[in-house]
Design a protein around this ligand. Sequence first.
Ligand code: DGJ
Length: 563
Amino acid sequence: MKVLLIIAVLLASGAGMALQTAAPAPMTEYPIPRLVQQDGRYALLVDGAPYLMLGAQSNNSSDWPATLPEVWPAIEYLHANTLETPIYWEQFEPKEGQFDYSEVDTVLAQARAHHVHLVLLWFGTWKNGSQHYMPEWMKLDPQRYFHVMNKEGEYVDSPSPFATASREADKRAFAALMQHLKEADSERTVLMVQVENETGTWGTVRDYSPEANKLFEGPVPAEVLKAMGKTSATAGANWEQVFGPEAEVYFHAWAVSRYVEQVAASGKAAYPLPLYCNAALRDPLKPETPVTYESGGPTDNVIPIWKAEAPAIDLLAPDIYLAGTAQYLKVLELYHRPNNALFVPETSGSVRSARFFFSALGLQAIGYSPFGLDYTRVPPVMPGEVEASKNAFLDPTAQNYELIGPMMREVARLNYEGKLQATSEMEDEPIQTLHFGGWDAVVSHGVGRKGPAKGNPEPIGRALVAELGENRFLVTGFFCHVDFRPAGTAQQRESGQIVVGTGQIPSAEIDGRWVHRQFLRVEEGEYEDGAFKFLRILNGDQTDYGLPFTSQPEVLRVSLATY
Ligand code: DGJ
């Protein structure tokens, strides 16, 4: 698929002397994927240009030769460009110090054959807060590779972040994985690697082992004080004195992030791919004390501690299974920060959640990846059953990716340049307004040809608008209408009314006169190889009441003027 270019560098070492050949400098045509930032916006550069990961994560036990055949057809059906798939420590290091690369090589080769990129998930010390993926030789030696101890002095089902032997073993294994990728993946099939999976601990807030207790009673490290804005705290104050009821959660986050940093750094030293950690979330809208969520992982309240302690981790990413609209949107906002690129590595692929893909794009997400989208858990279709039912769990994501897939480079580029906005329907808010300089794009959900927007029966509407140039926009979406109104007063801009003024045309009162929108040209087209291909001009019934988007993938390029 890709060609390795070898450039031999010849050096003349002086007149009359033979030409010397320096050691050939192997140079791949393909740069290592990397995360870049500009004015607080991020892009994942793949082959040197912004790339949008349209991902799907397979089920936990799907990365085996026996089950991969049930993964690829789902990825193809989804129009996904990236598969997130686990690498299991127990498979990777069956005997201490002996690494088995066969599974990595299998998934690399199969991904290439299917023209799909990979995000590898290192199921190492932590998997959902437990240590279930540690190899047997570690599980059989719990004294050495010990667990977290709870307040009652019992070992719980979670690895201790103070287990030095576990950490050293994980560092070696993760470095071996990254070193192997460096050697085996000059094609850059792998875009990013997730270090551990949902780190932290369920059921106890922190480790209460004697060693941990001693540290908890000691002074808070300076970098934690700084990260949490507590620089004025009394020198030498301990965790409880500085942080009160939050002290234990912060302490565990500090211990876990320090451990993960060492693992990540050892892998990055071998091969500097972008690395990230995923978080099992807490409810972002109601503080939970006592702690009922997974403590220690990169939940929103401890992001600054993770950022300070784990610089080898490029981004912290939320696994969003929260069903409420307000909660979901709050999480996106919390993980979209000037110092953190938004990436959703796990979420629900349900009909109701699919719209949040657009919300994530509206916050410059570099990727999105619903969980469990392969055929390993799908009941076989019985004779006579409609084949389509087999794909019902894939359809909402497939709809998004079929639309965005062909234009994903354009979407990633426009987002990186700050030209793109996107939104999804909220209950009780049938009209949303996206502000672009001289124009407001007004998105109405659940509107007929005429009449007020009432919202769809289920909140499934979504829209994306990007500024292509002066008075020119790219527009797409599902289950909504989009129209443009000249930007008027602040009150008009926020108004739920799309049509104001005297006519039926979106208008605004500017400098004492009504200014009306007119469509100069509305082009329908499709993206092919990243370029917009014109199909037809829409007019008449197709534009007189705004631009309607249904369940079908449709992309428009719109030129506007006023009169
Ligand atoms: C979140 C985890 O990160 C995934 O590996 C998986 O266990 C899902 N939860 C739920 O199935």
